[in-house]
Design a protein around this ligand. Structure first.
Ligand code: SF4
Ligand code: SF4
Length: 95
């Protein structure tokens, strides 16, 4: 599948953003001592980014496509993941 195919697929996603994040970093100190920063690589939507100056992991939750990877892929299980509350989150458009 080419990059443009993936881009086309992403255009089939609609997202209604909540004003409260459904993704929460449990402990910022754990991120500080995390050497691999896996979340910066495993998320297909680039939700997580390590901010060197601030020494925090930022969470762009409005980009989340709810794949669930971060529930299990953080080596310290340091991400609290819940489904967005009713009426929010993403929907797929078919056809
Ligand atoms: S992988 Fe987990 S512990 Fe490491 S920076 Fe990301 S959220 Fe923090
Ligand atoms: S559920 Fe998937 S898309 Fe959403 S933040 Fe986690 S890894 Fe990224």
């Amino acid at each position: 599948m080419s990059a443009s195919d993936i881009t086309d697929k992403l255009f089939t996603i609609r997202y209604k953003c909540d004003d409260k994040s459904h993704l929460v970093i449990k402990d910022t100190g754990t991120c500080l001592s995390c050497v691999t920063k896996d979340c910066n690589y495993f998320c297909p939507s680039d939700v997580y980014a390590w901010e060197k100056k601030l020494k925090i992991t930022t969470v762009a939750y409005e980009n989340c496509i709810e794949c669930g990877t971060c529930r299990i892929a953080c080596p310290s299980y340091n991400i609290d993941w819940v489904y967005p509350k009713g009426g929010h989150g993403m929907t797929y458009k078919y056809g």
